[in-house]
Structure formats: C-alpha cells, structure tokens
Design a protein around this ligand. Structure first.
Ligand code: NAP
Ligand code: G4F
Length: 348
C-alpha cells in the first residue's frame, strides 16, 4: 500500500525538495501550511494538483506549530506512516530578536507534534530537523558525540527538540531520529540566509538594481552542502532498521568571505566595488566554525555528497541570474545535468 508522509515546513527550502522526493518514491504527501496574507506556497506550486483530481497525491492542511489542537487533528485524521518535522522559526539572527517566539515554535512545536503522535497510538516514524548550530562553541570537527554549546536562542530551542525526540524514543518506543544537518543551500534557500543573499545580490548588481551588498561577519566558517542531497537522507534515516541520530555534512568548511570571493569571481564582478560591512548583521554571540565529521552516516547510511562548494556556488548564481531574467553563465546548470541526470526534482 502507498505510504503516507506528513511534512511540517513543506513551504520551506527543505520541505519543498522533500515533498518532490517523496512523491517520486510513490508516497502520498501531506503538508501543514500557515495561513499568510501573501502566498507562501511558491516553492511547491509546480507539484500541486487540484486535490479533487484522482491523480492528486499532495494535500495541504492549514495549521500552525503553536496550535496543538490543529496539529493533533491533522495527525489523527491523516494517520501518516512518517512525519518529517521541518517547520521552525529557522533564522538564527532573527531568534535573538524574537527569542520567546522561537522557543514556542522551534522548541515547543516539536513537543506538540510528538505528543500528537504518542496520543494517536499509531506507529508513526518521526524525523526531527536538528541542526549543526546546536554545537555552537564546540570546536570542529563536530560529530554525534560532540557536546552541544548553543550560541543562540534558535540553537537552544533546537537542543530542546533534539532531547524531546530522544526522550520519546526511549520513553515511548517511538521511532524518532535526529538528523543533525550542517548548512545546506540551494536556489530555494530563504533570501535572508547569507548564501542566497549573496547570489541574489549578484543578479541584482548585474541588472543595475542594487549598488552594494551589506554583510556582517565575513570570517564565520560553515560546512555548506546542497539541500536536495540532504533531504534524501532524512528519508533514509527513517528507512533504517533502528531509530538513530546522524550528522550530515560535507566535511569541508569555507568562510563567508570565500563564498563572496567564489561567487563574485564566477559572475565576473569585482567584489571590492560592492561589498560593505553593516554591523547590524553581527550576532550577539556567533558560531565561529562548523565542520561536519559525517563518518557514522558514511558507514551506516552510505552518505556521499556529490556537490562541492564551488559547484554549489555556481548552481546558485546561475539560478538567481535566470530568475532575474539574465542569461546564466551555465556551469551550474551543467553540474546539475551531469550529477543528477535522472533526478528531475533537483533542477530549479
Ligand atoms: P525554511 O526554508 O526557513 O522553512 C521553514 C518552514 O517552517 C517554512 O515552511 C515555514 O512556513 C515553516 N514555519 C515557520 N513557522 C511556522 C509555524 N509557526 N507553524 C508552521 N510552520 C511554520 O527552513 P529550511 O532551510 O527548509 O530548514 C528546514 C528545517 O531544518 C528547519 O527546522 C531548520 O531549522 C532546520 N535546519 C536547516 C538547515 C539548513 O541549512 N537549511 C540546517 C539544519 C537544520 P512559512 O512558509 O509559512 O514561513
Ligand atoms: O546563512 P546564515 O544566516 O546561516 P546560519 O546562521 O549558519 O544558520 C543556518 O544554518 C543552520 C545550520 O548550522 C540552520 F540550523 C539554520 O536554520 C540556518 O539554516 O549565516 C551563516 C553565517 C553566520 O556566521 C552569519 O553571521 O554568515 C554570517 N553572515 C555574515 N553576513 C550573515 C551575513 N548571515 C546572514 N544571514 N546575513 C548576513 O548579512
């Protein structure tokens, strides 16, 4: 029988790729969406079919992670086999401005889902979108045994969720897995995260719509990978025999400055002309360096990321140039075609 998956955060970067991936695996996919005054479903419009049609396999339900009753109703009515909990206030800098809200959604939202699963009495597998941000001040490389030393309200909220997933696994025998994912990007990345902010700015500068790009800390280092590859491993974790927690990342690290260098030179722009520092983008406490040690996932899940840092940059610059109506440079498109020939859902 066709499996059913429920995705929270389906309108986000990862949720949209995961929905496509699960549809390609034959799942019936359900997503929770928030009511917004403007459309927030742009990333999933291309896979949406009128739910009244017989071939519809993607269904959307209104709900909010702050509303336990609605969450419970959706889980009770759908009876999913797997829940992928990706919904969150996911912006680290914003979490310093709205720490209480971040705790309510990113931390307590997880408890609301786990409680709904437990109370339903059904056998439902659970994926928690944990984050490398939880390692915070712990020096790299970071793996499943590295202590959590959070440096933001977001990280503290994610650590709470991590432990709730572990507790429901140990206490109630729920098949709950934490994917501790390092930064992963794509053309669908939210526009205020640093990589996308840079690649969008490049297209705007070339289009003469923007003169400068204001950034914060250029020295921070991140382990950046390609989102479509990461969402496949969310699914893989839930197909394992036993529930477990895994670090997923490339094992390579680059500074924000290197991302700027690589992307501006790919686009043929002189960054010195355009980059300015705005201290408003500094964080009260910063995570200086993240580098994954994904050895456990390599051995147990056969994790092997295909997209390298320089390739990720090219994929994102090309996509933003195309979105701005410019002719892409083209190397990024070639990388997608070559590395994912039968994975249509990777292409944007
Ligand atoms: P994203 O693009 O910011 O998407 C977040 C999703 O959560 C959106 O669909 C958003 O809906 C939804 N959401 C926010 N507040 C909500 C609420 N109150 N009720 C219901 N839904 C709500 O994030 P992402 O990059 O895809 O990341 C997916 C998850 O992985 C997040 O939990 C993130 O914290 C975590 N994570 C991400 C990375 C990364 O590098 N991308 C790494 C590690 C962990 P709207 O569209 O309505 O805003
Ligand atoms: O792109 P960022 O905002 O991502 P950050 O803070 O690493 O968080 C992302 O990755 C986490 C996984 O480790 C996820 F859990 C989380 O949900 C999110 O997806 O910032 C990356 C780095 C930071 O050090 C920041 O200080 O870039 C630096 N930065 C420099 N200038 C900037 C800017 N970040 C942003 N957003 N905007 C800037 O102008």
């Amino acid at each position: 029988m066709e499996k059913k998956a429920l995705i929270t955060g389906i309108t986000g970067q990862d949720g949209s790729y995961l929905a496509e991936f699960l549809l390609s695996k034959g799942y019936e996919v359900h997503g929770i969406i928030r009511r917004a005054s403007t459309f927030n479903t742009t990333r999933i419009e291309h896979i949406y079919v009128d739910p009244h049609k017989s071939d519809a396999r993607l269904f959307l339900h209104y709900g909010d992670l702050s509303d336990s009753e609605q969450i419970s109703n959706v889980i009770y009515n759908i009876r999913p086999d797997e829940v992928y909990h990706l919904g969150a206030q996911s912006h680290v800098r914003v979490s310093f401005d709205v720490p209480e809200y971040t705790g309510n959604i990113t931390a307590l939202g997880t408890t609301r889902i786990l409680e709904a699963i437990r109370r339903s009495g059904n056998n439902i597998k659970f994926y928690q979108a944990s984050s490398s941000e939880m390692f915070g001040a712990s020096p790299p490389p970071q793996n499943e045994s590295t202590p959590f030393r959070p440096r933001s309200p977001y990280a503290a909220a994610k650590i709470y969720s991590y432990w709730m997933a572990v507790n429901y696994r140990e206490g109630y025998d729920i098949f709950a897995c934490n994917g501790i994912l390092f930064n992963h990007e794509s053309p669908r990345r939210g526009e205020t995260f640093v990589t996308r902010k840079i690649t969008r700015a490049i297209a705007s500068i070339i289009s003469k719509k923007q003169d400068n790009l204001y950034l914060g800390n250029l020295d921070a280092r991140r382990d950046w990978g390609y989102s479509p590859e990461y969402v496949m491993f969310m699914w893989k974790m839930l197909q394992n025999k036993m529930p477990d927690d895994f670090v997923i990342g490339t094992g390579e690290t680059h500074s924000v400055r290197e991302f700027v260098d690589e992307s501006f030179s790919y686009a043929g722009l002189d960054q010195d002309e355009f980059i300015k520092i705005d201290p408003r983008y500094y964080r009260p406490t910063e995570v200086e360096a993240l580098v994954a040690d994904p050895d456990k996932a390599i051995k147990k899940l056969k994790w092997k990321p295909k997209v390298k840092f320089e390739e990720l940059v090219k994929i994102m610059v090309d996509a933003d140039m195309r979105a701005a109506g410019l002719e892409p440079i083209g190397e990024g498109d070639e990388i997608i075609k070559k590395k994912f020939p039968d994975r249509w859902w990777c292409a944007d």
